[in-house]
Design a protein around this ligand. Structure first.
Ligand SMILES: Nc1ncnc2c1ncn2[C@@H]1O[C@H](COP(=O)(O)OP(=O)(O)OP(=O)(O)O)[C@@H](O)[C@H]1O
Length: 243
């Protein structure tokens, strides 16, 4: 579905993505993990067309995304911090985005309902709590029923009930065959939601395989522990082999 071919991104002399090659498939959900500054957001922005690679190509359904815009309709994106016209109400933001998209298919308003956002349609964006803003961003990401979902720290700032609502929704969409990419520093969420791990370090792709395999290779049952093994230079792998 998404094919990333030798993508390199330099900011001046600094290499943020180093010849990354990666295939992302429908029906899988990917945990995009790495330390701060490892290139996760740069990779997401490159897929979204907001950052232009220095070299390499990205194709979606075998079509290059470079100099192409229409493909973005296939992606639902939930940013870490949603930026909206601050004087508009929640209801106006939804209406505006629906008008811009001119979407002809059915809308997925499940999250609007589960988060009870309609009750807050009259509230202006600048008055919202961080969690309510996250709910608006989540509801917008799913609204047009896109086959690809890119969710940047989706559960950050949400209350426990809302976290479970969003996690159930993500799982449901993944099970319906969508491609989901999630960045998060909350390993337990990723453990619940994702099937595959893409681990970046200083712009290099360090791991790209199923979480099931990672757990098997490291002998760990929890994703957080398995990743710790991976980043402590395969210490656990050596321990497993020698034990
Ligand atoms: N526009 C830019 N100009 C210069 N350097 C940039 C730019 N955008 C990102 N970088 C650098 O690229 C590197 C990767 O940044 P990126 O935001 O992709 O990291 P990240 O893995 O998402 O980090 P975090 O976990 O902190 O969100 C960082 O060193 C960052 O300073």
């Amino acid at each position: 579905m998404i094919s990333i071919g030798k993508v390199n991104k330099k900011f001046g002399k600094f290499t943020a993505l180093n010849d990354l090659t990666l295939e992302l498939e429908l029906g899988k959900s990917y945990a995009l993990v790495g330390p701060n500054g490892s290139g996760k957001t740069t990779l997401i922005k490159t897929i979204l067309g907001l950052v232009i690679p220095t070299s390499g190509d990205i194709t979606i359904q075998d079509k290059s995304i470079l100099k192409e815009w229409a493909y973005r309709e296939k992606i639902g994106y939930m940013p870490q911090i949603g930026r909206y016209p601050e004087n508009m109400t929640i209801g106006q933001v939804f209406e505006m985005i629906k008008n811009i998209r001119k979407h002809t298919g059915a809308l997925d308003e499940e999250l609007i309902q589960s988060f009870e956002l309609e009750k807050m349609y009259g509230k202006r964006m600048h008055t919202l709590s961080g969690g309510t803003r996250q709910k608006v961003s989540a509801a917008l990401a799913f609204l047009f029923n896109p086959p690809i979902l890119i969710l940047d720290e989706p559960t950050a700032g949400l209350d426990p009930v809302s976290v479970e609502i969003l996690k159930d929704k993500i799982l449901k969409e993944k099970e319906s065959g969508k491609l989901v990419i999630i960045t998060s520093h909350i390993m337990s969420d990723l453990d619940d939601l994702t099937t595959d791990l893409v681990y970046l370090f200083e712009g290099d792709l360090i791991y790209n395989d199923s979480i099931k395999n990672l757990k098997k290779e490291t002998g760990e049952t929890k994703l957080g522990k398995a990743i710790s093994c991976l980043i402590t230079q395969n210490k656990c792998l050596t321990e497993l082999i020698t034990s």
